[in-house]
Design a protein around this ligand. Sequence first.
Ligand code: CP
Length: 305
Amino acid sequence: MTINHIIESQQFTLPKLKELFERTEQMKKIVARGGTMDYSNKIMANLFYKPSTRTSFSFASAMLRLGGKVLSTEHASEFSSEIQGEMIEDTIRIIGNYCDAIVLRHIEEGGAKRAAAVSEVPIINAGDGSGGQHPTQALLDLYTIYNECKTLDGLSVAFIGALDNGRTVRSLAYLLAKYDRIKLYFIAPEEMQIKPDILEYLDKRNINYELSLSSKGILSKVDVVYQTRIDKERLKKKNVNFENYNIDTKVLQTMKYDAIIMHPLPRSVEISSEVDNDPRAAYFRQTKNGLYVRMALLTMLFDEN
Ligand code: CP
C-alpha cells in the first residue's frame, strides 16, 4: 500500500503503522547524530490558515533534520492570496510547483481533501476545521502510547474534554479501533460528547466503549488518560462542574501507578502544572515524538512518490 496524501488516520493499515514505527525508531537515531542530508533535494511547504506551534515547528524541524528545505506562511489567511479571494484549489496548484510536499492546516472541515483532489504533490492534513481530523497528531499519539505502554492491544483509554470538536480524539479513535481488546471511555458534558459518526465506526468494529458525564470512577482503571481542552467558562455558564473534567494532584492519586497522561496541547487549566513533574505526565514526551514521527512520515512520502 502506497500513501500519496495523508488526509485521515483510518487510511493507515496495521502493516503501514508498523512500518511507520520502525522508521520512527530510525529517525531517533538520525536526530541523535545530528540529522542527515539524505533528503537535501526536497522542499516542504508549511501552509497554515490557523495558528500552530507544535505541528508547524515540528514539521519544519523534521524537514530540516532530513536535510531538506522549508517554505512557509504561518498566517495564510492574511499572508497568502486567500485575502484576495483565491480558492484553496488554486493556491495548492501554485504552491505545488515550488515544493515536494505541502503541510496544510485549513479552516474548513474537508479542506485537506479538497487540496488533495487537485494536488500534484503529497498533501499532509495538519488539521482541518474544528471537527475534522488531525491524522499526524494521532499517529504521534499512537506511537507515544506504544512507546510508553509497550503494547497497543488490551489497553483502556479515557478521552476527556470538549470531544465534539476534538479532531485529535476523532483521529486517534479511528487508529485505536484497529487493535485488539481496546476499551474507550469518552468523558464530556452531554452537549460536548464525541459525535455519532465515530460511535458508528466503533460499533461496526465491535469496539467496547462507554460515554460518561464524569471522570470519577473511570480514571482509576485506565492505562491512558487523553486530556483535551475544555472551556471552564463555558462549563460555568451551563452549571457543569469543572472538577469532573480536569487533572490535578488529587486526581493523580486515584490513577494507576503505570498509567500515562497525554494531551495534544496547547493546554489551558485542564491539567494543573503541579502534575507536570509526575512521571505519568507524558505530554511533553509526546511533543518530542512529534518530531520523529513527522520525519518518518516525510521519508515515507518521499520514498514512495
Ligand atoms: N497539537 C497541535 O496540533 O498543536 P498546534 O496547534 O500547536 O500545532
